[in-house]
Design a protein around this ligand. Sequence first.
Ligand code: APR
Length: 234
Amino acid sequence: MVGLDIHNIVILTGAGISAESGLATFRGPDGLWEGHRVEDVCTPQALARNAALVHRFYDERRAKLSEVTPNPAHEALAALDRAWPGDLLIVTQNVDDLHERAGAARLLHMHGELKSALCAACGRAVPWRGPLPPGSVCGGCGQPRLRPDIVFFGEMPYEMERIDAALADADLFVSIGTSSAVYPAAGFVQTARHHGARTLELNLDPSAGSFYFEESRLGPASELVPALVRELLG
Ligand code: APR
């Protein structure tokens, strides 16, 4: 699959890459969307209707981060990031900090980050570690409008222009640990193919997007990702 004509790589990751670190996925057994309704914790309407419930949902997930560590899949991608001479961009749908803690640098969070708070009044994002009570005051504008810096359903993901530009230049697009259930991320494989990239999916199970990939490898990310990085670095 992987040839020497690969210079620019885009990697999309989803909840499956963090599963072996102990973080819940969304749609698998015991998935987050099994215990909560998206409509109650991950929409602008939910925030307006019951901010305490929404903030508590993300406070619980933020607190969990201190109990988990990056797994070999995160470590392998960080090693690839450090060693790869061409362009490389890791686009994660995840809001955990495991890619950063493994050392990845060429990384962006398209769905936001648990360790950031966003001011709904002035748009400023600030690092955040502990609980974020509704009504927390923004240090920039002074308004009591800080909310979780999470892209809710119906909101625009972050840095879409940067992602589209990277996909247009990609020679290889790799999707890791995602059900391909949510757009625009689920459409990246088609954009990459349209621009002539090779496409590879690494996932525990077949996904809704498997059909679009040139190759799908099924198995745990902690095994498949280090093997791919060894293949790429030679
Ligand atoms: N290794 C590889 N893949 C795994 C592993 C593993 N150890 N464990 C689970 N998976 C796969 C599952 O087979 C599934 O296809 O990870 C995928 C997780 O899918 P989802 O739970 O739907 O998570 P994700 O695809 O990241 O969700 C996308 O949906 O709810 C929104 O904003 C949320 O970013 C999230 C988006």
